[in-house]
Design a binder for this molecule. Structure first.
Ligand SMILES: *Cc1c(COP(=O)(O)O)cnc(C)c1O
Length: 456
């Protein structure tokens, strides 16, 4: 077996100076066991760690690297931008170009504000919704992740439609107490919440298509019901497209679903974006109806700001990445790659007798190590029925075969333009052995610590 000595050494050093040795919890491998690989470089679909081991990358930085790593044209755009200066603290042309691109792609988005992370985007969208409506309550869905915003680190209390409890120490009851957590895809529960609290609800925030508990698509009519109920109650609908935006289609989930089902009651009022639109750099955005966005400072009274917001280098990466998604027809490529992998994964797991369900949002898919309810994972409770020991064994075998899956069973497998048929062959070849490892581990008590699915 290949050595991981340098990763182990770095992880030991990291743990001395950084809590848990990482700067975002899922990276620590707690859900799968073992030592996280410290990456030295990445090119196309391949990660190379500090010990010189190569892996097919199925994380893609959790979504941004849709063109593959260090795409030459994006690299060139970044280098040219950096040569002109790193940050000005005054306006620049790139900010206008990136905003225009988002507004041109996503029809309901008339104005955007650029920020640095998806967390900032959802946090600011919620503040804006509260400022616009003059109301305080926010509805979110269990298992949907919107970054580590205090008000959204909330877990459902017991019983239907109770007010949320803090989901992390450090979040106060006051911060989570205006949040109502509802099971995803539960139409009756959502109706009940609006019947009881409608006039106090500022907004419902939802992942456009949930991907942070694994992919759990909205069942027929669910998105449309959110829209109808918010409109009737005078509340806003916030569609969080940080993960899906510009990844499932060039207009994100909005374009994907509206082309398929239509939105008879109209689109969301506000949208949040991140990941792909930053091309691997810290850039994110929130936007939507001009009359709502007009409440944002300095046009209006709702405060929001950022020293590095609209950073010239980050926006250069985003602009070039978005431009290339069109030029390369990346969405067709990704869907073909997903169409190749999904049946291979399913066949390998079935042959080994491993219970699983694969669910998709366009080319984004996730492999649940559970059959769900009647073969379908509809909500967080279904997703949490996963066999984490089986996933851990599967993940570890794939890693040893040179395929770096997400180190949590609750995450999406991300593809890129650089995932060519030859790269996918390497994934397919590793599957049978990993499936047998998963079968052997099935049902055994997970050695890994509890996986807080979705909390990246
Ligand atoms: C990743 C993600 C976020 C948070 O974005 P960060 O840049 O990590 O703060 C918010 N919402 C969704 C749907 C995400 O997938």
């Amino acid at each position: 077996m290949s050595t991981t000595a340098r990763s182990q050494d770095l992880f030991a050093r990291a743990q001395r100076v950084t809590p848990g040795g990482v700067n975002s919890p899922v990276r620590a491998f707690q859900a799968v066991g073992g030592t996280p690989r410290f990456i030295h470089s990445a090119k196309g679909a391949i990660l190379t760690d500090v010990d010189g081991n190569e892996y097919v990358d199925m994380i893609g930085s959790w979504g941004p690297m849709i063109l593959g790593h260090a795409h030459p044209q994006v690299l060139d755009a970044v280098q040219r931008a950096a040569a002109r200066g790193f940050s000005f603290g005054t306006p620049g042309e790139n900010e206008v170009v990136l905003a225009e691109e988002i507004v041109a792609r996503v029809a309901p988005v008339e104005q955007v504000r650029l920020v640095n992370s998806g967390t900032e985007a959802t946090m600011s969208a919620i503040r804006l919704a509260r400022g616009f409506t003059g109301r305080s309550k926010i509805v979110k869905f269990a298992g949907c992740y919107h970054g580590h915003v205090d008000a959204l680190l909330a877990a459902a209390g017991s019983g239907l439609a109770t007010f949320a409890l803090p989901d992390s120490p450090g979040v106060t009851g006051a911060e989570s107490g205006d949040t109502i957590v509802v099971d995803y895809n539960d139409q009756d529960a959502l109706r009940a919440v609006f019947a009881e609290h409608g006039p106090q609800i500022a907004a419902v925030i939802t992942e456009a298509c949930p991907g942070n508990m694994g992919i759990v698509p909205p069942l027929d009519g669910f998105t449309q019901l959110i829209r109808r109920l918010t409109r009737e109650a005078g509340a806003l609908m916030i569609s969080d497209e940080v993960m899906t935006g510009f990844r499932v289609s060039d207009t994100g989930w909005y374009g994907y679903e509206s082309a398929r089902d239509g939105y008879p009651d109209g689109p969301a009022d506000l949208f949040t974006f991140g990941k792909v639109m930053g091309g691997g750099f810290p850039a994110a955005a929130f936007g939507g109806r001009a009359d709502v966005m007009g409440h944002l400072a300095p046009a209006g009274p709702v405060y929001q700001a950022g020293t590095l917001s609209g950073n010239p280098v980050a926006t250069a990466a985003g602009i070039e990445t978005l431009r290339l998604t069109r030029e390369t027809d990346v969405y067709t490529h990704l869907e073909a790659a997903a169409d190749r992998l999904r049946p291979e994964i399913s066949a390998a797991l079935s042959a080994a007798g491993v219970a699983h369900t694969i669910q998709s949002a366009g080319s984004m898919f996730s492999v649940f190590f559970t059959r769900g309810t009647d073969g379908r994972v509809r909500n967080y409770e279904d997703a949490r029925g996963q066999d984490s020991a089986a996933y851990s064994a599967f993940f570890t075998s794939m890693l040893e075969s040179g395929v770096h899956l997400p180190p949590s069973a609750f995450e999406v497998w991300f593809l890129s333009l650089a995932h060519t048929p030859e790269v996918l062959d390497r994934v397919v070849e590793a599957l049978p052995k990993a499936a047998r490892a998963a079968a052997a581990a099935q049902g055994s008590a997970a050695s890994a610590t509890a996986d807080r699915g979705g909390l990246a």
